[in-house]
Design a protein around this ligand. Structure first.
Ligand SMILES: [Zn+2]
Length: 324
């Protein structure tokens, strides 16, 4: 069940759990990963979570009810799995699927289908897939999986909610001791390859840097321009070279985006762990202020690359953010 992925896939887990809790389940998901099997296993687990009547999100696993048994034996009519036959997923396979899914579910209230290796849809089948996605039925949920995003029509991608599945979820089972899940989420967004992510998460300095950015923002939001007097203590002790600055600036961007999420009543993407700081920033800013700050951070970040004096750059950023 989904709960089994709580630690191994915290980002994907969070998104899907919230969508179930908030009843905002999408019509179509695309699970992508470096490893096709991992993406498929994850999609199948999510399908079970959607279909099992005994599923409570907080129980580790059901796997006991007759529906779970039948899903495990690939013998449950409300779940259909379509995999490539030979090189391609053929149009006929999708037509059969659509025919079977024309009827209302006999058991429960949902039907789920998985298109395994959706990058192997050929031109004709991709077209029928697209039509299927364009006319979503409220009780039908599509789960596509792939290890090759480039192999999928952009028009299909754009109709799906994208869920990244880490290909080596075992990596992170060894990070159970990281209580700060925001760190893991930032690592996942920032580092494209998994050995860099591993280095980041294993380095004790990473969480210190993350805390330093958040602490800086907290102080800046309270003190505004006066924070200039404390930049050395709050910032320059932690961030020294370009690489530090680029990461720190991205963390600021992620942070203010979450402030916007909060303002728009959307779920926080990353900073659950620092919710009180988010709330403080929300109380001190209007939406336009946050957008302005984001623009200034992004513009200043561009300059990091050009060998600017970094500590001056930071002063300049503070002044610019307050110049609205
Ligand atoms: Zn069950």
């Amino acid at each position: 069940m989904l709960e089994d992925y709580h630690d191994g896939q915290p980002v994907a887990y969070d998104i899907l759990k919230k969508s179930i809790e908030n009843k905002t389940i999408a019509h179509a998901y695309l699970f992508y990963s470096d490893n096709a099997d991992v993406a498929f296993d994850f999609a199948l687990c999510y399908a079970k979570t959607l279909l099992c009547p005994d599923n409570k999100l907080n129980t580790k696993t059901c796997d006991n009810c007759s529906i779970c048994h039948r899903i495990n034996n690939n013998n449950f009519p409300e779940l259909k799995i379509v995999s490539p036959e030979g090189l391609w997923i053929k149009k006929d396979q999708l037509l059969n699927l659509q025919e079977e899914f024309r009827m209302k579910p006999l058991e429960g209230n949902k039907k789920v289908y998985i298109i395994n290796n959706a990058n192997q849809l050929n031109a004709q089948s991709a077209n029928s897939m697209l039509k299927f996605l364009e006319e979503p039925e409220p009780n039908i949920i599509a789960l596509l999986t792939t290890s090759d995003m480039n192999g999928i029509l952009p028009t299909i991608v754009s109709r799906c909610q994208l869920i990244k599945v880490m290909s080596n979820s075992n990596i992170r089972n060894s990070y159970d001791n990281i209580s700060n899940k925001s760190l893991i989420k930032i690592g996942e967004l920032y580092y494209k390859n998994e050995s860099d992510l591993k280095d980041f998460l294993e380095n004790d300095k990473s969480v210190i840097k993350l805390d330093a950015v958040i602490n800086f923002i907290r102080k800046y939001e309270l003190l505004k321009l006066d924070v200039l007097l404390e930049v050395k203590k709050l910032w320059q002790n932690y961030f020294i070279d370009k690489e530090d600055y680029l990461l720190a600036f991205d963390i600021m961007v992620f942070f203010y985006k979450d402030v916007l999420n909060f303002m728009y009543n959307r779920d926080l993407e990353i900073f659950d762990y620092y919710k009180s700081v988010i709330e403080k920033a929300v109380s001190l800013n209007k939406i336009e202020d946050i957008i302005y700050k984001l623009q200034k951070i992004l513009l200043t970040k561009e300059k990091i690359k050009y060998n600017m004096n970094l500590s001056l750059l930071m002063d300049k950023l503070i002044i610019e953010m307050e110049s609205r």
